[in-house]
Design a protein around this ligand. Structure first.
Ligand code: XIL
Length: 303
């Protein structure tokens, strides 16, 4: 059974939606931790840790949050939400994705900040504020900022790396209590990794004193042609190349994939292969057999 396989294959459990705002505080001040608590209990039983995903995001917010406009109301909402959720799971979370995806160059805003209810109501300072609130609620848990889309030799990746580094530098200058950069690592086996620029970006991040985590790894094979075996080999190769870059800079605190088996991957909703066959982006295939990607992960984790 899939649930049991989580415990035999991994020691970190990542709630895909259970800790997002629309689930945990659907109405102002009315919290619902039923699913989060059951995940935390399962993880504790299996001696796994739980990754905290996520506190402050532009998406997966209930309507009342998306309608916040005044600075005062938005601040009060953030204060309550972060205090309640972080305190509830104090001592149970491996690391928190405090702010998720704050960068979007395509939104064409100052410093490539992503347009969101938080940016509109509080300005860019919502990021620093969120980390301070999280730190006040749990003095020990590692606090991270999570971002995607920074790996490739493309204009988009380049712009995202630049904006992200500028932001991380600014947070350091402000003494924001932030510990790590969570590399979501939604990879695409059909693209070319930017070895030189990605390495130098990660070095700069580490020089600023950040730890790295890999938090949402999957390798999209939507554009890879061939048999299942050839596709699995391409996915494994791409991951090997990526992990080689990351590990050459710093061993990440943890590596988590976004799902375990090809049987259920969020990518299925968004990407369809030309040949109509299902995607194969995760370490176990749809029948829960280990794929070459699994072996690559095992090899790096043994380092
Ligand atoms: C995804 C979930 O996996 C989907 O089920 C949901 O429909 C949308 O969100 N980056 C993130 C995650 O930080 O929260 C997203 O999760 C995937 C991309």
């Amino acid at each position: 059974m899939l649930l049991e396989r989580f415990a035999t294959e991994a020691n970190i459990f990542v709630p895909e939606s259970a800790l997002k705002w629309n689930q945990t505080e659907p109405q102002p001040g009315q919290f619902d931790f039923v699913e989060g608590d059951s995940i935390a209990a399962y993880a504790a039983r299996k001696q796994m840790v739980v990754h905290g995903h996520t506190l402050v995001w532009y998406a997966a917010i209930p309507q009342w949050v998306s309608q916040l406009t005044s600075e005062q109301e938005a601040k009060a909402a953030l204060e309550r939400h972060i205090a309640v959720e972080v305190s509830r799971y104090r001592g149970k979370i491996w690391a928190w994705d405090v702010v998720n995806e704050p960068i979007e160059p395509d939104d064409d805003l100052e410093n490539s900040y992503r347009n969101s209810v938080w940016l509109r109501s509080l300005g860019p300072n919502y990021i620093d504020l969120s980390f301070r609130l999280a730190r006040a609620a749990d003095q020990r848990v590692p606090l991270g900022l999570s971002e995607y889309g920074i790996e490739y030799a493309t204009r988009t990746s380049r712009r995202r790396r630049q904006a992200l580094l500028t932001l991380l530098q600014k947070l350091r200058d402000q003494n924001t209590p932030i510990d790590c950069l969570a590399l979501q690592s939604h990879l695409d086996a059909g693209q070319v990794l930017d070895h030189v620029e990605l390495t130098s970006f990660l070095r700069d991040v580490v020089k600023l004193g950040y730890r790295l985590l890999i938090t949402e790894l999957d390798v999209n094979d939507v554009k890879i042609r061939g048999t299942d075996r050839e596709r699995d080999a391409a996915v494994a190769r791409h991951l090997d190349e990526y992990l080689d870059i990351v590990f050459s800079v710093q061993r990440p605190m943890s590596i988590a994939t976004w799902g375990l088996s090809d049987r259920s991957t969020w990518l299925r909703e968004f990407y369809k292969r030309a040949d109509g066959s299902p995607l194969r982006p995760l370490p176990l295939d749809a029948d829960l057999n280990r794929k070459p990607m699994w072996a690559v992960l095992a090899r790096y984790m043994a380092q």
